[in-house]
Design a protein around this ligand. Structure first.
Ligand code: PSU
Ligand code: MN
Length: 300
């Protein structure tokens, strides 16, 4: 991974929270392997990020990935946890926020995930806005995702992204995808249709010296996406259950995702896996396009 970066090759950072907390075993380990392969198919080298015994690791070996997936579950680590864990010799699975920060510091400009965190429903009563939004507002990294997780307040999440200065573009779509579903009814102002176009956008971001990142929103594959209305009904029920159970803070996301997985008899997990793999592949293609654009410029 390091040699690849040093010679200006394409590298894609991957977050580890989705492996530790986002998917049940054995799907998590299988999905990690599929994402790794998908990034390579796209022509790039994957770098899974995690904090292990105080070390901030970029690129894990197969045994380390298997240990993450097998458990015991290490806690979710967002940006604010990085220094604490690293000082105390602790371990953590990095969220999109922490992964973006680590990627940028390492010189990686593209990462892939399923859905980013955002503004939770019911935030009027209890403030819950993911650090993913704040981090992407100050870290110029491109995140290939299927929008924000469907359990969130999606209109409010788009507003928060705007306020934070994060560029948001649909990949082959004019709509903000709803993670499990291809449609949300929320229109996006910008659209990208090829890895080369995405690479140009990422390059401009750097040239203009903008501090924020870009969200490239890739809808889930047609074959496994769930209907938008079904997703909405399930999310509403799951949010009520979380409130009744008094779940809040960083436990909310894993609780809601787990609940939805149960209710769809695995279809949500299947959709989640399919979109993660697809996003990893696209991120690989985009990182490759960025690397060849750079080479072209050096040559020219
Ligand atoms: N996408 C998934 N599953 C997940 C997550 C994303 O398909 O578990 C994780 C990501 O790591 C994201 C985090 O950064 O949830 C957001 O959590 P919070 O709302 O606590 O910031
Ligand atoms: Mn939160």
């Amino acid at each position: 991974m390091r040699e690849q970066l040093e010679r200006g090759g394409a590298v894609v950072a991957l977050e580890s929270t989705v492996i530790v907390h986002g998917l049940p075993a054995p799907h998590n380990l299988e999905c990690a392997a599929r994402m790794d392969a998908a990034v390579r198919e796209g022509g790039a080298v994957p770098a899974l990020v995690a904090v292990l015994d105080g070390r901030i690791c970029v690129g894990l070996g197969p045994e380390e990935v298997a240990a993450l997936a097998r458990g015991p579950r290490i806690p979710k680590a967002s940006t604010r946890d990085l220094a604490v864990l690293s000082a105390a010799g602790g371990s953590g699975a990095t969220t999109v926020a922490a992964t973006a920060f680590v990627a940028r510091r390492t010189g990686i400009e593209v990462m892939a995930t399923g859905g980013i965190g955002g503004v939770h429903r019911g935030t009027g009563r209890r403030l819950d806005i993911s650090a993913d939004i704040l981090e992407l507002g100050r870290t110029s990294v491109a995140v290939v995702c299927s929008g924000a997780k469907a359990i969130l307040d999606l209109p409010a999440t788009l507003e928060a992204l705007e306020a934070a200065g994060v560029a948001v573009a649909g990949y082959g779509t004019d709509e903000f995808p709803a993670f499990y579903a291809r449609e949300s009814g929320l229109r996006l102002e910008h659209r990208i249709d090829s890895p080369a176009e995405a690479a140009r956008l990422i390059r401009r971001l750097g040239e203009l010296g903008l501090s924020g990142g870009v969200l490239l929103c890739n809808p889930p594959p047609r074959g496994s996406a769930l209907p938008g209305q079904q997703v909405e009904a399930m999310v509403e029920a799951a949010v009520k259950a979380a409130e009744q159970a008094g779940i809040h803070g960083k436990a909310v996301t894993p609780f809601l995702l787990g609940r939805i997985a149960e209710q769809t008899a695995g279809r949500a997990v299947k959709a989640n896996r399919a979109l993660l793999e697809q996003n990893a592949r696209l991120a690989g293609l985009i990182a490759s396009a960025c690397a060849s654009a750079e080479e072209g410029q050096l040559a020219g």
